[in-house]
Design a protein around this ligand. Sequence first.
Ligand code: SF4
Length: 399
Amino acid sequence: MRDQGRHAGPSGLPAAREGTALYLHLPFCAAKCHYCDFFSVAAEGQDIEGLLAAVRREIELRAPRRPRTVFLGGGTPSLLSTTQLRELLDTLERVTGFRASAQEVTVECNPESLSRDKARALLDLGVNRFSIGFQSLNDKTLELFGRVHSAEQSFRAYDAVRAAGATNVNVDFIYATPGQSLDEWRSTLERIVALAPEHVSAYNLTFEEQTPFRRWLEQGRLEKLPEELELEFFHLTRARLAQAGLEAYEISNFAREGRACEHNLGYWRNREYVGIGPSAVSKVDTTRGGNIKSVGEYKRRIAEHAHACEWDETPSDNARLGETWWLGLRLAEGLSATQARERAGLAPCDAQVDPALAIARELGAQGWLDERNGVWCTSARGLPLSDAIAREFLRLGSS
Ligand code: SF4
């Protein structure tokens, strides 16, 4: 719900409330991966210090006080030196007091830039959750991905964060990769389970627009696995990880009890968040806005205009409602029509006239959604069809 008296800042977005989740986007990577469509650039030759100075400035300008969660993503934040990370996180502490307020502070890391000393330093600086990009345990696949580390290095990085004292670790994987067999993924899952992480993110490979992978697919240089086989990967992943105590709390995310990623839960529950850094998106009240996707322009705009917001929008009531259902149905916990309206910033209404509830009932009748005590969840039959379910709700935005 919109607060009276909250004024739009220079970026066009209202000022965020105390406690709002905070995301910092640090866009540098050792090299650009061939499947990646995030805004990130190879670090070599880049003015990293200049970008970090601009990010620190943006923190001072608009970071929410006492954030509930903090997420350092990118890009590869672990690529930064300990000194750079200290300067950044000390600025964040001075401005927001996050070390006392945030229940979860995650940093995304890649194996080539994660040593025991760096992990120790990050823990001392207030980080309490590490997310490590393994992606694959097959070195040939890692090479195809354009990753600059081996599987062996991933295991060493994992051991390093544990040795440093980390007690909350996520490992990131991509499955259904070109040429991958179900047996290969089965043995990868065994090795993941043997590591005993608190959290696993496992995504079916997608061929995003404007990536080398998409181009190679179109040129016939890469082959996508058949959908039926992808579905087998999906079911195998859920079954094996559940057996190991890692429950699917979201379509691609698995956690031990109490270890779901709080920051990301906020996105799926359509809560507010502030994003800082090039390309970072914020959502405050019912308005969304995004920073420019350019390191040079970001620095210039922060220096000259005190914000780098390139676009903002307030989606229509129906669009917000449809998005809220789409996001909420990705979670195993599901959502009720009342929760959906509240999260979308809408007043309660009679069930007969809620357009999203009408769609939920239709999908329920087809067996794609289950309903219990007014809470709607994606059914076992609907889970592999989550993209189609999303489309049904997202079309509300054009009605
Ligand atoms: S390391 Fe991550 S953010 Fe960087 S290019 Fe690879 S997938 Fe993208």
